[in-house]
Design a protein around this ligand. Sequence first.
Ligand SMILES: [Zn+2]
Length: 224
Amino acid sequence: MLLTDILFPRVCPVCGEVLLKDEHYLCLACEVDFPLTFFWNWSGNPAEILFWGRLKEVKASALFYYREGSDYKEIVHKFKYNGERKMGLFFAHMLGVKMRESGRFADIDYVIPVPLHFYKRWRRGFNQAEIIAEGVAQELGKPLLGGVLVRSRYTATQTKKDPEERWKNVFEAFRIRGAEKVEGKHILLVDDVLTTGATIEACGRHLEGVEGCRVSVATLGFVE
Ligand SMILES: [Zn+2]
């Protein structure tokens, strides 16, 4: 045992128990109960259905169900708000391995994280989607592509707006720079949690606006 393990014991983010030497990020009990989605093997899965009629030919994968009241939400919470980047990267690799082994994502050309507004990125110190994209890209053996899908401005608060204005607001928060880089390419868009899909749809619609570009999706959490 390392001295640092005694002074700062590693704990399971889900149940808070101290981890044993061979346990990585999840204790054995929480690993056994990990609510995996198995979307990587499942064509027509709920994450793909979410984008039907919104994006073309989407293949989608998520690592685990992100359920209201579930302690597994802590994985994303501790990663995002407590800055536990190594833990985020660990689960990203777990997702990437499953996606690679499924073979369904072999035709991806580039992996692109959903960009965070610079102010939020500055405040948090990192973009969680970039870290997830990094782990997934490494496992898939595909390059990360930055600087093409960019944030255009801070998303204004969404209160007191009708659905059409809200959508316009989300859509206009992104733009494409250097479209030729993604012409005819299959992009894997990566974010932390898939909820309504509005952000990914907005990014995806911008990318689909480029000749021959199509989009698939990967997230750590999927909200049922
Ligand atoms: Zn645990």
